[in-house]
Design a protein around this ligand. Structure first.
Ligand SMILES: NC(=O)c1ccc[n+]([C@@H]2O[C@H](COP(=O)([O-])OP(=O)(O)OC[C@H]3O[C@@H](n4cnc5c(N)ncnc54)[C@H](O)[C@@H]3O)[C@@H](O)[C@H]2O)c1
Length: 253
């Protein structure tokens, strides 16, 4: 068990990558607080954790609301005595040419993908310093590294995630806090499915995406959960400020 008795808080844990990571961490002995804006979805994750013999707790959390983030983290520390791992994973996408992107689209993307992460780090780090260390994992994207039409605002948020992660990691490494990012490629989740459905021909879009991935398949949430587990565990003891790409080789071609 690589996370035995660790307390992990995962945002966006009601679906896709967050849910898979919640299940993975729980299977490795962590108590998992599955936080999501959608409480029902978080409760489903709690149920799945319990079904597989793990220890999970669902909480409603909108990461764009600083007070909610602060209160959730305080609740976790008060109830469980510590917070060892924070996975800032909640994210949203909007696909539009920049000429059609509204200020509201931009604010929505930055609010969830970057400001939510800022709130998580701001409020978790003081407890981690107090307890002598901790781990933060930020979900970025392959689109922090390469561009794709219709994704420019999304790419800006994810590029920000990497810059933020690097800067934070050097700010807090001396306090025993490891802060890293994971950069998923196309992963079969409700988010990616919804993006395919926006295309004129969703099946053709899906096929073209698969063709762009050297290993010849889309990723599955478990592929990213395994990377998050590595980053959360002591195996990554010397890994600080890294951006681990898990994309089936897509950004290397
Ligand atoms: N699926 C992919 O191909 C892919 C690729 C690269 C990066 N990512 C990133 O991975 C992360 C997870 O994506 P996913 O594909 O699992 O998406 P998903 O849509 O399946 O799950 C995202 C979850 O986040 C929750 N959420 C959204 N806004 C929230 C908020 N304000 N507060 C709390 N929870 C909120 C949703 O309710 C949902 O349960 C995101 O940061 C996304 O940008 C996904």
């Amino acid at each position: 068990m690589r996370l035995k008795n660790k307390i992990s808080l995962i945002t966006g844990a009601g679906s896709g990558i967050g849910q898979a990571t919640a299940l993975k961490f729980a299977s490795e002995g962590s108590i998992v607080i599955a936080a999501d804006r959608n409480l029902q979805a978080a409760e489903k994750t709690q149920h799945l954790i319990e079904q597989s013999g793990g220890n999970g707790r669902a909480v409603a959390l909108d990461v764009t609301q600083e007070q909610q983030v602060a209160q959730t983290i305080a609740m976790v520390v008060e109830h469980f005595g510590q917070l060892n791992v924070l996975h800032n994973n909640a994210g949203v996408s909007v696909l539009k040419p920049i000429t059609e992107t509204t200020e509201a689209d931009w604010d929505f993307l930055f609010g969830v993908n970057l400001k939510g992460m800022f709130f998580g780090c701001k409020h978790a780090i003081p407890y981690m310093v107090q307890q002598g260390g901790g781990v933060i994992i930020n979900t970025a994207s392959e689109l922090a590294i390469v561009g794709q039409p219709l994704y420019s605002a999304y790419c800006a948020t994810k590029g920000g995630v990497l810059a933020f992660t690097r800067a934070l990691s050097v700010e807090w490494a001396s306090k025993g806090i490891r802060i890293n990012a994971v950069c998923p490629g196309p992963i079969k989740t409700p988010m990616l499915n919804a993006e395919f459905e926006l295309a004129a021909n969703p099946d053709a879009e899906r096929a073209a995406t698969i063709q762009s991935i050297p290993v010849g398949r889309l990723g599955v949430p478990e592929d990213i959960a395994k990377v998050a587990l590595f980053l959360a565990s002591d195996d990554a003891e010397f890994v600080h400020g890294a951006a681990i790409v898990a994309d089936g080789g897509r950004t290397t071609v």
